[in-house]
Design a protein around this ligand. Sequence first.
Ligand code: NI
Length: 155
Amino acid sequence: MAIRKIRTDDDEILRMKCKPVREINDSMRKLVGDMFDTMYESGGVGLAAPQIGIVRRIVVIDDTQGNRLAMFNPVITAAEGEQTATEGCLSLPGYQGEVKRFKKIHVEALDENGAPLSFDAEDFFAVVCQHELDHLDGILYKDKAENYREREENE
Ligand code: NI
């Protein structure tokens, strides 16, 4: 396990469309371990591989409400409703903004063992999933945000 450097701001890797993972092997599981370590070290609730310079479709999430998982090649297969929440991103330190997202989504992916994952997410968990999956296509929340701004010290 290791803490990786988080790419920030105008780093061009953050704008790349990530490639699917073909084989989920030990090196992929080690990468996922590093992603969790890096996310926890930074106090984040999600991290996508391009944020540590890996242009592959891998996401880790721990929403601190009981949803902790790693996803390979995740896809949103259904979506409904609407919600707006304040978001931030480890790759855009010191900023925040309000983003309109789907309220409820269905996600399909592979887990760390290559087994199929299929689940519904709603509310905050759905926000985190949508934010992280956007990273895999080079999309940052600030592209969609209203009132993108510097965070206040106490927020
Ligand atoms: Ni982010």
